[in-house]
Design a binder for this molecule. Sequence first.
Ligand code: TYD
Length: 203
Amino acid sequence: MEGIEGTGKSTHTAYLAGWLAQQGQQVVTAREPGGTPLGERLRAILLDPGLGSMPPLAEALLMFAARSASIKEVILPALERGAWVVCDRFVESSYAYQAYGRGIPIEHVQTLDRQIVGARRPDLTVVLDAPPELGLSRKADSGNRDRFEQESLQFFERARSGYLQRARAGGARFRIVDASRPLEEVRRELARIASQLLEDASG
Ligand code: TYD
């Protein structure tokens, strides 16, 4: 599950995991950066507003370091047990934020992607899409913004457009879902997409 701030990613990740469990599927959820002891420590560093800026490549390396722990400790063991894994953010976040948002060469992200994620790809990548104004306005009154939430509207515009470009070029595994609609409508669409996924997996 991917998307910029305020698109309801965490809520929809929980919904999708719950929906799969209701269908009798085994489900594990993961989140990035985080979800492992190393990942959660790296998350604290990555989100710390007190740190201010960080060299963009260092930021990318820390994201992938957290990801490698999540893959090894959470994702692969779950897949081996035959469970579905629903990730609140995965490698598309590194393309959207570090390449399109921060401006590091996309080749650097591709290299890390090949090294850390490798050939195994998500069966489905949902990009929850909404204008950045929507998400930022939801966070505007919450005093403690993290290091990313302090970024400019332009930064999130770039990240959003990165998600959309990659999703449009990435083929059938990507689904762009309009997340500016009422929650219930988004849920219905996610349930439709997920039933198709189950059908494809059993067929
Ligand atoms: P997250 O907790 O999902 O934030 P939110 O729920 O507010 O959307 O992710 C934390 C931040 O980390 C988020 O601002 C996006 C950023 N991020 C990257 O820049 N690159 C990455 O590869 C990942 C996984 C996250």
